[in-house]
Design a protein around this ligand. Structure first.
Ligand SMILES: CC(=O)N[C@H]1[C@@H](OP(=O)(O)OP(=O)(O)OC[C@H]2O[C@@H](n3ccc(=O)[nH]c3=O)[C@H](O)[C@@H]2O)O[C@H](CO)[C@@H](O)[C@@H]1O
Length: 370
């Protein structure tokens, strides 16, 4: 059996595509999987590292608002479509799976025009432009958030599957994680981080939060600054009377390579609202204070965050309203009321979809059979 996987531009599109590619390889050990991405895109680096054959097409992104650059993008998309068509004719996949990002457009369109079965996966509550344009043409749209439904045509076949998370997120043991991280029994652990780059506004607020809760024996903080902000963050601690990078109940790191362990140990998270992060929080039932990144395209992180807030799984603070004082108050409210924390954890877990990968693979299998 042969499958094509495509999606690119940012890790947010590439990692789910790789998770699906790995899942297909496990489900069909003899399968041939080809990843089609953009020449020079992040996927051209990440996919060969993950061990999958990679072929590229040339393509440029469309802007959401009308601009002359879109004319060039449309011309390039046409060229990309011809390149994709040639690759698909040669490779003859049973199914083409796209996870968004503009490279996905010509590949999935070429497949649909050739009568090859197609599935797209949308990561965010506010769907991306490429997936919205492709939806009427594909056989199946897998969604992370039920809220995404309203942006797709009624006749599109929509299934809410969730977003596949790294297997370690599901397998990490909470007791062991807390022991390894040195969290005293009964203490609440607060894990704070921005996206993979860190977030300056969260860092600024967290300095004040750490000052407010320093020395508490019932609370432990693990704060991730993002590699580029680490030294600056440490420089600001002495003026707050804090030592660095360890200060009693506070640990500060530039980046967490072992995020699954920290998530398993935590009682509350303070973070951005990227789709992968929220998928991780919900499969674990980890309540959060979410501060959506305000410059994500179409402000989609706020849509993601509101989806959790609506179900009582998280509190949301807008980035422009964020302050140390407000964040401290939010944490006090959540942590001083165990019943509130438990209710949030339950609501959060009810949104989790630990079977996301299997459900997506079942849809692909169905399409391959058809
Ligand atoms: C800035 C932006 O536009 N981000 C978008 C990008 O997400 P992006 O990939 O930037 O962010 P996500 O929240 O989706 O993923 C971040 C990942 O990094 C991990 N992590 C983070 C910090 C750390 O120290 N260690 C670590 O392992 C998190 O656990 C998570 O798995 O694509 C997603 C899916 O389309 C969107 O929802 C996001 O809005």
């Amino acid at each position: 059996m042969r499958f094509v996987v495509t999606g690119g531009g940012t890790g947010g599109h590439i990692y789910p595509a790789l998770a699906i590619a790995r899942g297909l390889k496990e489900k069909y050990p003899g399968a041939e999987i080809l990843y089609i991405g953009r020449a020079g895109g992040l996927e051209a680096d990440l996919v060969p590292r993950a061990g999958f054959p990679f072929r590229s097409i040339q393509v440029a992104g469309l802007k959401r608002r009308p601009t002359p650059a879109n004319l060039l993008a449309v011309w390039q998309a046409g060229r990309g479509l011809l390149m994709a068509r040639r690759i698909l004719k040669e490779f003859k996949p049973a199914v083409v799976v796209g996870t968004g990002g503009y490279v996905c457009g010509p590949v999935v369109l070429a497949a649909a025009l050739q009568g090859i079965a197609t599935l797209i996966h949308e990561q965010n509550a506010l769907p991306g432009l490429t997936n919205r344009l492709l939806a009427p043409l594909v056989d199946c749209v897998a969604l992370t958030f039920a809220e995404g439904r309203r942006y797709f045509p009624r006749r599109a076949r929509l299934t809410v599957t969730g977003l596949p998370v790294r297997p370690e997120v599901l397998s990490c043991c909470r007791e062991e994680a807390r022991r390894v991280l040195g969290i005293p029994p009964g203490a609440r652990m607060i894990l704070s981080f921005g996206g993979s780059q860190g977030a300056a506004s969260i860092n600024k607020a967290m300095v004040e939060v750490l000052q407010a809760f320093a020395g508490r024996t019932d609370m432990c903080f693990l704060h991730v600054t993002g590699p580029a902000h680490y030294q600056d963050f440490l420089n600001h601690l002495p003026e707050r009377g804090l030592g660095a990078p360890e200060n009693g109940n506070i640990t500060i790191v530039p980046y967490l390579y072992d995020m699954p362990r920290a998530l398993a140990a935590a009682d509350v998270a303070v973070c951005r609202a990227g789709a992968a992060t929220l998928a991780e929080l919900t499969v674990l039932g980890l309540p959060a204070v979410l501060i959506p990144y305000p410059f994500a395209s179409g402000n989609h992180q706020e849509f993601n965050a509101r989806s959790l807030e609506k179900k009582g799984a998280a509190l949301v603070i807008k980035d422009r309203e964020l302050s140390g004082q407000l964040l401290t108050r939010c944490l006090e409210v959540i942590l001083s009321r165990p019943e509130k924390l438990a209710a949030m954890a339950g609501a959060c877990r009810s949104l989790g979809r630990p079977r996301a990968l299997q459900d997506i693979l079942d849809l692909v299998a169905e399409l391959a059979g058809a």
